[in-house]
Design a protein around this ligand. Structure first.
Ligand SMILES: *Cc1c(COP(=O)(O)O)cnc(C)c1O
Length: 467
């Protein structure tokens, strides 16, 4: 069905697509709100949608649990945190879990715990948040970036393999914006080259890849649990692993108070309880108590988000040029749909940029859309030639042979270079409210049907995450 026909037969199409919104009148009404037309969702209506988007969901049990820690003056202990870790490990299908200050310190610690040394190389997809790999730089290693798949934005296994050198020690894979990485080929390549696999689960806590929990497939999983993420409890992070060695080394790096119990008094005679990493990585117990409550409700929240997001995408499935990102394997999902993106094909919209398209959607709805995803990290000098300590020697080049640079190892990454032009952020529905979601579906159809109006748009339109 062409878009023109869609406008004429809007109600019939709406029924066929499985939603009950009344599109015809608004979609046909034409003038886009970005250009002064009447928005699909006016200000008063948008204000009513707060509950559908509100995040994180904080319940009475969380408040009580946090209050109890305060009342007991136990903010800095470890007993509640240990209980949270045990329950988290069981839920995540791993033997061990270790709660950290945040996702960044969890990842930093994981890089030490897998045995990374100064001069080692770690391969990381260029499209992710910097915390996925900056811990490598802290240790004195080099990050070599590889490309991502254009259809799901996760690490491209072929590009990963192509970036392996004799100095490569590990790969960090990111289950990006809810979508699980294709772990089977990744694990096979890692095994073949004797590499460690770190899973960054910050965007997909509790997600499944072929029936297995994310974070339990590689050598170690590390993740953020900060309040913008899907498993949202505040500034917090978690390491999960089945390896006793990785678990204990993680304690050695930043959990000084747990060192004697882990290694025994004899093992620490010379060092006393001084952590190797020189950091104190302990999670505060108010957050651990909140985490215990979040564990009880997270799977239900996740299920409702899944229902809502799939309903939204079913409603816009007929819009050529927008494509849902979703795992293609059995027993796999997009847990929590954190910061979910869909693919945007500018050619299907007469060359209109995704930045302008997203702006038009926000004008129709009052917000919820964004253009692009993450800034490609291989464009940042921090990983190539930044003189971090001011001594004229970029630390990330320390282990490399003469004439070799991190940039030359990374080479060209065509998908990462261009991907920000090809994705649009989905509105993140936390509640399955059909009537509300139908309104966003309607807005997408209106903008798509009238996209020709945007061809000469000259206003400012920016990418998300870019300053
Ligand atoms: C948020 C995030 C982190 C860092 O977690 P913090 O809790 O913010 O320190 C790491 N990796 C990815 C992919 C993230 O999105």
């Amino acid at each position: 069905m062409t878009r023109k026909e869609f406008i004429r037969t809007g109600s019939a199409a709406a029924t066929a697509a499985g939603f009950s919104g009344c599109l015809t009148a608004t979609a046909g009404a034409g003038k886009l709100a970005l250009l002064g037309g009447t928005p699909v969702i006016g200000k008063a209506e948008a204000a009513q949608h707060g509950k559908v988007f509100a995040w994180p969901i904080v319940n009475e049990a969380m408040r009580k649990a946090s209050d109890a820690v305060l009342a007991g003056r136990k903010m800095s202990g470890i007993d509640i945190t240990k209980e949270f870790e045990q329950k988290f490990a069981a839920w995540n299908g791993t033997k061990y879990a270790l709660a950290c200050l945040n996702g960044t310190t969890a990842l930093n610690t994981a890089f030490y715990a897998i045995g990374l040394k100064p001069g080692d190389e770690v391969i990381c997809p260029s499209i992710t948040m910097w915390a996925s790999c900056s811990g490598v730089v802290n240790i004195g290693g080099t990050v070599v970036f590889c490309d991502v798949n254009p259809d799901d934005l996760t690490i491209d296994p072929k590009s990963f393999e192509a970036h392996i050198t004799p100095r490569t020690k590990a790969v960090v894979v990111v289950h990006y914006m809810g979508a699980p990485c294709d772990m089977d080929p990744i694990m096979a390549i890692a095994k073949k080259h004797n590499l460690k696999v770190v899973e960054d689960v910050s965007h997909a806590q509790g997600g499944l890849y072929k029936g297995r929990k994310l974070g339990s497939i590689g050598d170690v999983g590390a993740m953020s649990l900060m309040s913008g993420k899907s498993f949202a409890i505040g500034e917090a992070g978690m390491i999960v692993t089945n390896s006793k060695e990785i678990y204990e080394k993680s304690i050695r790096w930043g959990m000084y108070i747990r060192i004697p119990a882990t290694f025994g008094r004899d093992g620490i005679k010379r060092t006393k309880d001084v952590p190797f990493g020189g950091i104190k990585n302990r999670l505060n117990q108010c957050t651990s108590a909140v985490g215990l409550e979040q564990l009880k409700k997270y799977d239900a929240e996740r299920a409702e988000i899944e229902e809502a997001m799939l309903y939204y995408h079913k409603g816009i499935a007929d819009v050529k040029g927008l494509k849902m990102i979703y795992p293609k394997w059995e027993k796999s999902n997009k847990a929590g749909w954190y910061s979910s993106r869909c693919l945007y094909d500018p050619a299907a919209f007469g060359g209109v940029l995704n930045t302008v398209f997203a702006l038009a959607l926000n004008a129709e709805t009052g917000g919820g859309y964004s253009a692009g995803c993450n800034f490609p990290l291989h464009w940042s000098s921090v990983y190539d030639d930044e003189d971090i300590f001011g001594d004229g020697k970029p630390p990330v080049r320390r282990g490399l042979p003469a004439g070799v640079t991190p940039k030359s190892l990374t080479g060209s990454l065509p998908v990462s270079d261009d991907i920000n032009n090809r994705v649009i952020g989905d509105p993140w529905f936390k509640r399955f409210d059909k009537a509300v979601i139908d309104r966003y579906i309607e807005a997408v159809h209106k903008v798509a049907a009238n996209v020709a109006q945007l061809k000469d748009y000259k206003g400012k339109a920016k990418f998300a995450y870019w300053s």
